[in-house]
Design a protein around this ligand. Structure first.
Ligand code: ZN
Length: 265
């Protein structure tokens, strides 16, 4: 049996963490939202994810046989030291309210691990606006949003893709936040899911990219106030994506001045 895939589940861990609730509330209200909204974004989230959403995702991935650790924003080096990344095949990333608090040096480190090292990266939901995803995409990664707890239907549109393994033709999330097109990302190498929302919008919800030696998967579901990371189909997609994004151990990237392979005389 081969060694298990090593996964690091990274979470911003502010919405669910009482020690950060004052910061989250002030940020939410600075965006112009109400105090009720700020309470939903803190105490409300903590009720859904008592120990943080990283715990729910990590527990599931452990049950699937992966070697899993967690890392959060407030740890030294955001929990992403060289030693941790040396021991990581696939990194999952959830962030939302504190993208600006992620150190540029750590972003560079993770980008290098993807490009040069072949580490897989799975970017979840509001991670679309993280520094690491924007850096790897090279675009604004902006989109439309609406919080109305409406229904989402995710259609599998690449039925032979490993990330679609074991899924039905489509699945639904009964209550979600809407993300709508335009989604300002490069055209994905492969688009695995398209979402339809009750309000009428559509969205590219499962986007695969190759970046150097590494693979990147963006997966849309996962709004913090709703129990989306408990839903079996959502966890199945994350599990499949870990397997897909694991390093292929392809050749190293060799740049710069290069001697000829044949005699040029
Ligand atoms: Zn959200």
């Amino acid at each position: 049996m081969s060694a298990p895939i090593r996964v690091t589940v990274w979470n911003e861990f502010w919405h669910e963490n009482p020690r950060r609730h004052a910061d989250v509330k002030s940020r939410v209200m600075n965006y112009g939202f109400s105090e009720d909204h700020a309470i939903r974004a803190t105490e409300g989230v903590q009720r859904v994810y008592r120990d943080g959403m990283h715990k729910v995702i990590a527990d599931h991935l452990s049950q699937q046989g992966f070697a899993v650790r967690v890392a959060t924003l407030d740890e030294p080096e955001h929990g992403l030291s060289d030693a941790v990344l040396d021991d990581t095949d696939v990194l999952t990333w959830w962030g939302h309210i504190a993208h600006d608090q992620v150190d540029d040096e750590i972003v560079d480190r993770v980008r290098e691990r993807v490009n040069m090292g072949g580490m897989g990266l799975i970017v979840l939901h509001s991670g679309h606006y993280s520094k690491i995803f924007k850096t790897l995409m090279g675009t604004t990664c902006m989109l439309k949003t609406r919080e109305a707890d409406e229904k989402e239907r995710l259609w599998v549109i690449e039925q032979g893709h490993p990330i679609a393994r074991g899924l039905p033709e489509y699945f639904e999330i009964p209550q979600t936040e809407m993300y709508g097109e335009p989604f300002d990302v490069p055209a994905p190498d492969t688009l695995v899911f398209v979402s339809w929302f009750q309000g009428g919008e559509v969205f590219r919800s499962g986007c695969c990219y190759h970046r150097g030696r590494g693979k990147v998967f963006y997966f849309r579901p996962g709004h913090e106030t709703l129990p989306i990371y408990y839903q079996p189909e959502v966890l199945q997609v994350i599990t499949n994506a870990v397997r897909w994004a694991a390093p292929a151990d392809g050749p190293e990237l060799i740049f710069g001045d290069h001697p000829p392979l044949e005699n040029l005389d």
